[in-house]
Design a protein around this ligand. Structure first.
Ligand code: BTN
Length: 276
């Protein structure tokens, strides 16, 4: 682990002095917000360090902050109780808090946010190779680039997005799946604040649109990005494994799997594996 939180390591494992790390700059982030989303500018906080940006918003429910970025998470959380590796000054850790009306919306929101993340990556300049694995894994060329963790707190939903931007190699021992980062994809020094601004703008827009129109207008986009469509998949759930052919999602955002009898069943939760 790095002793000095102001230092990080590059891809070759060499220490990069703090001055070379591009810290998130709220002014640059704001430049990428459209006029509607700019109304949230006062609700953004950029922390040097926190346990988890999701937890920060859950614990500080009354302080008016609705958007939290952090340079480092000491207890970043992933899906299914996993850790989310979150070293200083390298990746993007973002959480957004919103009031929620109906709990059934949850699956839909997480898919809408996943699609918005892909839109943001395209706007940043990554046009090829990105796909989504239900419910919200951001994939590039079969490797995980990012993920989304949605949590509930009172009547609020907290949407957490983690995006690997420039992952220092000495932090990767804790990652138990194929992964990649923006640096590997673009092969040029990532512009973290620009990407953070684009991402926030796309996600705020998608949350607003989801609130008004639901998932229906996004079904075609999901279909085009769905890595498991018409593939043999295994859905891993606490109750056991379900095998079949991926058939996309329904209007609630539930996963559709065709079983051996040809029937299509829908599932609310679980983890999709493309390994049989
Ligand atoms: C996954 O396992 O795919 C979900 C990863 C979600 C990570 C993000 S980083 C920002 C927010 N804070 C957390 O502790 N987790 C989410």
């Amino acid at each position: 682990m790095n002793k000095d939180p102001k230092e990080t390591l590059n891809k070759n494992g060499n220490t990069i002095p703090a001055k070379e790390v591009e810290l998130l700059d709220k002014k640059i982030i704001k430049k990428f917000l459209n006029s509607t989303n700019l109304t949230f500018a006062d609700k953004i906080i950029v922390l040097k360090e926190t346990t988890s940006t999701n937890d920060y918003l859950i614990k500080n429910i009354k302080n008016g902050i609705e958007i939290c970025f952090a340079e480092k998470q000491t207890a970043g959380k992933g899906q299914l109780g996993r850790k989310w590796v979150s070293p200083f000054g390298t990746n993007i850790y973002l959480s957004i808090k919103k009031p929620i009306k109906q709990y059934q919306e949850l699956n839909g929101i997480s898919l809408a946010v996943a699609i918005a993340t892909v839109e943001a990556l395209k706007e940043y300049g990554i046009q090829k190779g990105i796909s989504l694995k239900w419910p919200n894994d951001i994939i590039w060329e079969k490797q995980k680039l990012g993920g989304i963790l949605i949590e509930l707190s009172n009547k609020n939903i907290v949407v957490g997005i983690g995006l690997n931007v420039n992952m220092p190699p000495n932090f990767t021992a804790g990652i138990n799946q194929a992964w990649c980062d923006i640096l590997q994809i673009t092969k040029s020094k990532p512009k973290r604040s620009e990407l953070a601004g684009i991402l926030l703008n796309q996600i705020l827009t998608s949350l607003f649109e989801f609130q008004h129109n639901g998932l229906k207008p996004l079904l075609k986009k999901w279909h085009n990005l769905d890595v498991s469509y018409n593939k043999k998949i295994t859905l891993i759930t606490p109750q056991g494994k379900i095998q079949g052919i991926g058939k996309g999602i329904n209007e609630k955002g539930n996963l559709l799997i065709q079983n051996a009898q040809g029937e299509i069943e829908s599932f609310v939760s679980g983890e999709v594996s493309l390994k049989i």
